[in-house]
Design a binder for this molecule. Structure first.
Ligand code: SAH
Ligand code: SF4
Ligand code: F3S
Length: 440
């Protein structure tokens, strides 16, 4: 019987992408995927370390792997991703039952390890290659990732990512286009370009192949069969007019921009080393509203950054009121090992963070619900993703604005349907669909 593997993924879309590569690589080695961890011969974790809660969630899972390994010592336990990279060889001291550990740039080493007769534990932590080169097993056949860069050159004082994913390296544009064409040929209708800072793409490429992020978007847009393009995450400091205009000009590029704010206070942004201030951020928002009036804007916000006063926090609330985000990911500041902010004076007490978080969520949801009402009465193009999670008699999909829609109708996953929206909440839209059509 074929050996079986199981992967548990934590963290961001980059990890989701990397896990698809792990699956693809193991499948091409003849392994099969087990639906339960207990049934697997190779137990893998793709880890995240962005906040303390991410670490602790993963450590609990690792305890279960330890138990399974003690039941059957021939099992292999592998730990990849950002947490592994940030603690490196310490993994083996703290968790002696781990057989192989590797960082985000060494996923291919997993195959090498599994093919070797090595009985000793191995760690691989030097960046070698993009996982985008590896075979993949996509979660949904009509949606694909395109990893355009690895790493981040920013020095945001709270963030562990530059130390886990390394310096920024962009992939060759022609290679990316070939990959986009292959995805389209394979039935992918929607691609998401991935990078820690997608709009600084290309800066370190050799001169003869150096293109800007906006040019890359235009090249992907020209690929036959790709009907929707998204990307994450851009950095406000690099959000140039050409990228914003591309949303109005390129038919496949969706009316949706995730623009991480982090804080509405310029003083806090400075301590975060974000290199923009509130005015510059609002200026980007104004430019988006000017060129793409209906564009959905979403964001990331941190509350309780060291030194954040009540007045600073109120400025964040003001920005939330002014922008009226379509949605926001909100985080309580979490001190991360070896980051500058972890040891800053004036750490905000926990109860204050919690109280601010509650107020922030109230404002975000209220504004998002108000904003979502603009869709009621409109007919929106929806890419069908499956059945509704809350009501199995309904279908679920996403609009170009990246809004989840639950609707009545008959269609297959991967088809486009027009849905007449009849109600909206801060999170989801509801409606009734017309019959499917093949392409937008
Ligand atoms: N590269 C992306 C996203 C990085 S991580 C970007 O710059 O936008 C995703 C989000 O996690 C960040 O935008 C930030 O809001 C949050 N985050 C990162 N480090 C954090 C920390 N130490 N505590 C709380 N939230 C954090
Ligand atoms: Fe982290 Fe800042 Fe880089 Fe985003 S831009 S990954 S928040 S250092
Ligand atoms: Fe986590 Fe690494 Fe992504 S720390 S958020 S998995 S880049």
């Amino acid at each position: 019987m074929a050996r079986r593997f199981h992967v548990t993924t934590f963290g961001c879309q980059m990890n989701v992408h990397d896990s698809e590569r792990m699956r693809g690589m193991l499948s091409s080695l003849g392994y099969e995927e087990a639906s339960e961890r207990e049934e697997a011969d190779v137990i893998l974790f793709n880890t995240c370390s962005i906040r303390e809660s991410a670490d602790s969630r993963f450590i609990a899972h690792l305890g279960e792997a330890k138990r399974l390994k003690s039941e059957d010592p021939t099992r292999v336990v592998g730990v990849g991703g950002c947490w592994a990279q940030s603690v490196k060889d310490e993994v083996f001291q703290r968790f002696p039952f781990v057989d192989v550990a590797f960082g985000p740039g060494q996923i291919h080493k997993l195959a090498e390890f599994l093919n070797s007769d090595s009985l000793s534990a191995q760690g691989y932590f030097e960046f070698e290659d993009f996982s985008g080169h590896l075979p993949t097993r996509r979660e949904r056949e009509f949606q694909g990732w395109l990893q355009i860069s690895q790493g981040c050159n920013c020095v945001c004082s709270y963030c562990i990512v530059p130390s886990t994913r390394g310096r920024e390296v962009s992939r060759d544009p022609f290679e990316l286009i070939a990959e986009a064409e292959a995805l389209a040929g394979d039935g992918v209708r929607e691609v998401t370009l991935l990078g820690q800072n997608v709009n600084s793409y290309g800066r370190e490429l050799p001169k003869d192949r150096r293109i800007s992020f906006a040019e890359l978007l235009a090249m992907v847009d020209a690929v036959e069969g790709i009907d929707r393009i998204r990307y994450t995450s851009p950095h406000p400091k690099d959000m140039k007019e050409d990228v914003i205009r591309a949303h109005a000009d390129l038919p496949a590029l969706c009316e949706q921009i995730h623009l991480p704010l982090q804080s509405g206070s310029s003083a806090i942004l400075k301590r975060m080393r974000r290199t923009y201030d509130r005015r510059r951020y609002m200026d980007r928002v104004a430019l988006i509203r000017e060129h793409v009036p209906d564009c959905a804007i979403t964001t990331d916000i941190i509350v309780g950054f060291p030194g954040e006063t009540e007045a600073d926090f109120e400025q964040t609330l003001e920005v939330v009121e002014e922008v009226a985000y379509d949605g926001a990911f909100t985080f309580v500041f979490s001190p991360r090992r070896e980051t500058e902010a972890a040891t800053m004076a004036e750490q905000v007490p926990h109860p204050v963070k919690v109280e601010r978080m509650e107020r922030l969520i109230e404002a975000v949801q209220r504004r998002a619900a108000e904003r979502a009402r603009r869709f009621v009465g409109r007919t929106m193009e929806v890419l069908v993703e499956g059945t509704s999670r809350t009501d199995p008699t309904k279908l679920r999909g996403r609009t170009r604005h990246n809004k989840a829609v639950n609707f009545e109708g008959v269609a297959e996953s991967g088809q486009f349907v027009d849905v007449e929206i009849d109600s909206a909440t801060s999170q989801t839209l509801s409606g009734v669909s017309a019959p499917p059509h093949s392409a937008p």
